[in-house]
Design a protein around this ligand. Structure first.
Ligand code: MN
Length: 360
């Protein structure tokens, strides 16, 4: 297992590479180039200096996140072939600089979603928060405006302004797209990219829907074990893998994380993990928490043990943290609480590994 840390790049992340380098037991990044809209080819001329900069800081960058899938691909319209060709080119360009895992999602229109980006909790810190009841009175456009207003000037992955221009038109197209149809479009996309991944030794890692249920009546097909069984069989290849995000899947208490990890871990279809905790507050209502088991609703020991027991040798990173110690930063992506989370997860792993090697 390699422990990593998400970084948004020099221009849009207040956290520096040197700070990340100083977190004990962190081997590298899950990196990101945020200047590109979905569908645009990530050029080698930009990837090369980015990777060099990370290496110069003493870190690896074998995972890249948020290579977003163009809406035309998800909607299955004829223009998708062009976007798939672009996607293939981005995979080739990333692979040329040592990238081994690409994280993406197949959520229509909306990426991850919260109704409050800075909910103050008992310890005085603030966290991301979701209450489905609050969403009921909102239109998708209301939600976008609120999220933009509360993002403190940082762009949020999946909420890039250029993606929002055509929001209403796109929402109306999705009225005629069933989950089955979306899955067909997904298969078409995978058939277009997986042969290249296999050739280059790259694994695609699909991120679960977040939260783990449909929103605004849009089809969503990646938020429970049965969904991922279907997804990995669309194209049956080790390159068609999962990014097991415990916080996203864990937003629904019906998702038993350790058993889901064991199920897909045994099939060797988990390429990477985002590991964090959430605290259930009611039906379709949760807030985020520190990584510690005791402070949320998920059992982080059992989660890490499931990874360990299935021989997981991919990448893990802490995920969203609280905003603590007066830090100002991108909601969920401050340095401090994620660094605490990382060392905690490393501590769990060390204990699990040593116990195992002693035959306990
Ligand atoms: Mn995640």
């Amino acid at each position: 297992m390699k422990m990593t840390f998400r970084w948004y790049g020099e221009k849009s992340d207040p956290v520096s590479l040197q700070q990340i380098r100083q977190i004990p037991g962190c081997s590298g990044l899950m990196g990101f180039l945020d200047q590109y809209a979905a569908g645009v080819v990530w050029p080698k001329e930009v990837i090369a200096p980015y990777v060099q900069q990370v290496h110069d800081a003493g870190l690896e960058v074998e995972v890249i996140e948020s290579v977003n899938v163009h809406e035309d691909i998800k909607m299955g319209v004829p223009a998708r072939d062009k976007w798939i060709a672009n996607y293939v080119e981005t995979i080739e360009n990333l692979a040329a600089y040592g990238v081994k895992v690409i994280v993406y999602n197949f959520m229509p229109v909306f990426d991850w979603l919260r109704t409050d980006l800075a909910r103050v909790i008992e310890d005085g810190s603030n966290v991301l928060y979701y209450d489905d009841a609050e969403l009921q009175g909102m239109t998708p456009l209301d939600l976008v405006e609120t999220t933009m207003k509360n993002s403190k000037g940082f762009s949020l992955p999946g909420w890039e302004p250029e993606r929002l221009k055509e929001l209403e038109r796109v929402l109306s197209v999705y009225k005629d797209i069933s989950p089955e149809k979306l899955l067909e479009n997904y298969k078409y996309f995978l058939e277009g990219i997986i042969p290249t991944c296999e050739k280059l030794g790259v694994r695609m890692a699909v991120h679960p829907d977040d939260p783990a249920w449909p929103i605004f009546g849009l089809p969503r097909i990646a938020h429970k074990a049965e969904h991922f069984d279907k997804i990995i069989s669309l194209v049956d290849s080790p390159a068609n893998a999962l990014c097991l995000c415990t916080g996203s899947l864990g937003s629904n208490p019906e998702n038993d994380l350790p058993s889901i990890i064991r199920h897909f871990g045994e099939k060797k279809r988990i390429a990477c993990g985002h590991v964090r905790n959430v605290k259930f507050l009611g039906p379709k209502k949760f807030r985020e928490a520190s990584h510690l088991s005791a402070e949320g609703s998920l059992d982080m020991y059992e989660i890490m043990k499931a990874f360990y027991d299935t021989g997981f040798d991919g990448y893990i990173r802490p995920d969203h943290g609280r905003m603590i110690w007066g830090e100002a930063g991108r909601p969920g992506y401050g340095l401090y609480d994620r660094a605490l989370g990382l060392t905690y997860l490393n501590g769990l792993w060390e204990a699990i590994e040593k116990n195992d090697k002693r035959g306990k």
